[in-house]
Design a protein around this ligand. Sequence first.
Ligand code: SF4
Length: 324
Amino acid sequence: MWIAEGLVQRYPTKALATLSASCPVYCGHCTRTYLTGPSTRRARRRRFRLALGPRCERMLERLRASPEIRDVVLSGGDVADVPMGFLETFVSSLMDIPHLRDIRLDSKALIGLPQHFLQARVLDGLHRLASKGWARGVDLCLHTQANHGSQITASVSQAARAVRSAGVRDIRNQGVLLRGVNSEAPDLLELCARSRDHAGIIPYYFYMCDMIPNCEHWRLALWEAQRLQEALLDRLPGFATPRLVCDVPLLGKQWVHQAADYDRERGISYWTKNYLTPLESGDGDALHRRYAYYDPIHTLPESGRRWWAAAGRRSGSSGLPAEE
Ligand code: SF4
């Protein structure tokens, strides 16, 4: 839910600002599918009411009035789809807010369209922002999304080094776990090694694929993600060991070993939260509620599949049992 149009606060000290609803990539597993790209027959997208300028002004006003927020992520969409002059002005204004200490720019264009980050006007703008951030004690980082080692091409390596030479403190990778792409530990380890060795990109997070239409073939069960996390722990240095996380609906990002309860037979994991955002302050049950994430049916044992088939028959066509 937005606290100002385009501004989401799902965690106590962090906010996500959306400047653009477009993206140069349009992944099938898009984690911003509620907004990014045009509506399709299967998925309707939310639309902005305000134009970019007034929307950014409202977001800045809200952030100035929210001293608990210290960390702003610019995502979307993709910051590469925002004109560099506008992006520079907005980020510079963020840096003028005294309580903001971390600014992250999200861009998969570094992987899908690395030429964007080799343009002089982009690198010059990043350099001016990084210099201002350094002087004001604000970290400016770039977050990107690589899902397989083969995506770390020579152009990606060149662009990543140019961005870091411009003064951006770190480039971190937030990938998505995809069956058949990176669902085996050797694939993830190779991706982590190539991104660090060839491009200086730090492995940061891998998200379990969201429960969105047409993604069941990519999704992993929670137990598979937990096993992958364990396989990575002893093979990478601590500072470059990515955390495998699940974006639990209505809750937010949780480490895969944080589930409060897990019914392996039915593939339902239950999660709890230990913080409130301003929008939840009147919701007395938020800290006691259990939030569910569902494994893909094809990963369940036969007994679990039978249970879901029977539940589907009981509840009509939704497939969700009446008691869930
Ligand atoms: S790069 Fe990010 S915003 Fe763009 S389509 Fe992929 S997941 Fe969605």
